[in-house]
Design a protein around this ligand. Structure first.
Ligand SMILES: [Zn+2]
Length: 113
């Protein structure tokens, strides 16, 4: 196998891995209300695929996952949201393990202006 072929295959594998990540997140979201343990397993698998194939988890997905317990964070259901306006970030708190996720927004606003 020459280098070009290898690179092509590598790209395809990464593409498939990225698709898998999205599928697993969607399934985890659907499953969350029915079986939260299974949902967490999906998220765990998703993280494994991400690290194994060196594919980044999209930011939109990352923002909605608890890093500590792999819970999907649904505001008003299993997470609370606070705004730390002086510091410029949103605090998402997972209600099952208490872990806090900070999402910065101040820099983004500056860019829009
Ligand atoms: Zn948690």
């Amino acid at each position: 196998m020459n280098d070009l072929m290898f690179n092509k295959n590598k790209n395809i594998i990464k593409q498939i891995a990225a698709e898998r990540i999205e599928i697993l997140f969607n399934e985890a979201q659907k499953m969350h209300y029915k079986n939260s343990e299974l949902s967490k397993k999906y998220i765990k698998n998703m993280k494994m695929i991400s690290s194994h194939y060196k594919v980044k988890i999209p930011k939109d997905i990352k923002k909605n996952i608890c890093r500590k317990c792999n819970n999907i964070l649904i505001p008003g259901y299993n997470s609370s949201i606070r705004i730390a306006s002086s510091k410029g970030y949103i605090i998402k708190k997972c209600l099952s393990c208490g872990n806090e996720l900070h999402i910065f927004y101040k820099n983004k606003l500056k860019k829009i202006k």
